[in-house]
Ligand binder design. Sequence first.
Ligand SMILES: N[C@@H](CCC(=O)N[C@@H](CS)C(=O)NCC(=O)O)C(=O)O
Length: 208
Amino acid sequence: MLLHHIAFTPSSRKVRMFLHEKGITVPMLDVADGFALSSDYTSRYPHRMVPMLELDDGTQIGEAMAICRYFETLHPDPPLMGTDPRDRATVEMWERRAYNEGMGAVEEVFRNSHPLMVDRGLPGTDQPVPQIPALVERGQARFARFLDKFDAQLAERHFVAGERFTVADIATLCVIDFGRWCQIEVPDRCTHLRRWYADVSARPGAAA
Ligand SMILES: N[C@@H](CCC(=O)N[C@@H](CS)C(=O)NCC(=O)O)C(=O)O
């Protein structure tokens, strides 16, 4: 098996941190060519995104959460995706919110403003997708709402989906750090989120 990733991308980091928390070692290949995917990779993987796990029988599993699910099923301990039906649903709900509302917002800002993303307004295609500058402001406001929502959630629990560290925390950490990379910091008013961030960033897996 081989995990195709790019070191600096948040979706790849999500899988690497998940594997680290599980204590699983998987062979990895960085498929970056500068700030893009290598042509060798895109010629073999038409979905043109990382991460992608290739199994020994040739099966290609894309989507970070699908890859995490594969390893969660093979290696249930420690559980990172919930332990019973209610818990699993709660973890997935918060992971999806982190991805859709948080990552979606930062991507809106990044893809529509960064000079490296000119004509790369969306991932997963070789067709030029022009930047839409109006989406930058909308993404910033969307990200602020995400931060406030997660701050309120963390006011009453230690981790994003409850008292246990889960993939919802990994997803949220990857979003916040991607935001910081785009010069969007967690504001002082989000005291609970800042407490959680300091705590989760100190885990060894955060550096994976
Ligand atoms: N929904 C996918 C998103 C993956 C994704 O957006 N990957 C980005 C890096 S974080 C990518 O491959 N970008 C390639 C490009 O911009 O050409 C997942 O969760 O795995």
